[in-house]
Design a protein around this ligand. Sequence first.
Ligand code: AMP
Ligand code: ZN
Length: 469
Amino acid sequence: MLRIYNTLSNTEEEFRPIEEGVVRFYACGPTVYNYAHIGNFRTFVFQDLLRRYLRYSGYQVLHVMNITDVDDKTIQNARAQGMSLRDYTTRYTEAFLEDSRTLRIAPPDVMPRATDHIPEMVALILILEEKGYTYRKDGSVYFNIARFDGYGKLSKTDFSGAQAGASVDTDKYDKANARDFVLWKARKEGEDFWETELGPGRPGWHIECSAMSMKYLGETFDIHCGGIDLVFPHHENEIAQSECATGRPFARYWVHPEFLIVEGEKMSKSLGNFLTLRDLTAQGYAPEAIRYLLLSVHYRKQLNFTMDGLHQAAAAIDRLEDFLLRAREKASDEAPTPEFKAEAAAARVRFREAMDSDINTSAALAALFDFVRAANQRDSRGALTGGDARLAIAFLEEVDGVFNILRGRPEILDEEIARQIEARQEARRRRDFAEADRIRDQLLAEGIQLEDTREGVRWKRSAGAPPVK
Ligand code: AMP
Ligand code: ZN
């Protein structure tokens, strides 16, 4: 059974969804004001892994991830570009989806855009107003944090001394500046606004997620996920708004991946120390290697991003691919040997135990690599049978259903590779070594490595990291 760390209880808990066999999962999505950086993608890749592992464990998962397409930054940037908010955020929503595809992140089942849910947000604010949790000031509506006893329960902070009546209009602030936060912002000159029952204005960031999560998943749902920086104020405020409006518990398990850091600091747009996925793929790094690196460290530990780490990730994938290539040459329909069957079963148990233990990806990958190492040793002793090879492939593919880092079965392109290899052999026969080398280098540039063996030329797809110079 899966055990997962819940920020709300500060402990690792057994995961039991409300409805047996079904997981209702909300993830805070990107703010589409620019390209997401790979720190953001650490969080999104983790969400994808969690969802895949839940499915692997037999749950049906309903995954909702919003798009934050109205906030201070989207409005400012759209204006600076002379574009409408909708056109501007559509551009970056599409870029985000494209990057997600590149990183092999499955799209959520529902992807609501904030600006398509203004009436739901207004309705929620009206309920809070009716129940006496809010006040108005200069056309804006604020949530009165002193009215909610549970305020601070997620971030474990005592806000009882917070100055009564002091309010904050920005969406992001720290605990030291905790104040009554804004639910609805009065219209400002030159900013986008909606004409509503609350008056002209736009929603605060926090109410967006409360309205969209409850619309698609119900008042109480299973998992709420977002990067660790969202614990306060965003998720604390979501809990306050939602629980005060419904009188029921909001999300049950709060799951927060830690930061990706660079030289000791959080990767962030504001620090300027960020890399986008496009920066890395343009340098020739394979998306699989980037995904592997993002997943290889346990999600509750900080991940220190380095180019060296990326090379190691690419090399790790190469080891798996190498093994698969050989196993595929060898695989047959015969029954696997009992010893190898037992080894594969033990590796599967280790993999599941690691993942059940708060999604311990580094331990799960260790189980995989130990299995591959043992199978390689068996092979070099001449003891890996065709049936063993087939079983090994099945296990690697099973694990890959969760990690999604292998490039999959060779595609049609293989014919082209075979043709090039034949042309290179032909060049060698004519002793045209320059031409033979040219063909080899050209293939290498396309990520195909050739290996001359006694049995002939073998090739493999490299995970794409450019060779270290
Ligand atoms: P944003 O687009 O700013 O709303 O952020 C999208 C997601 O990325 C949120 O869940 C953030 O918590 C997360 N995030 C931001 N910076 C990092 C980082 N350096 N490492 C991991 N996750 C991050
Ligand atoms: Zn959110």
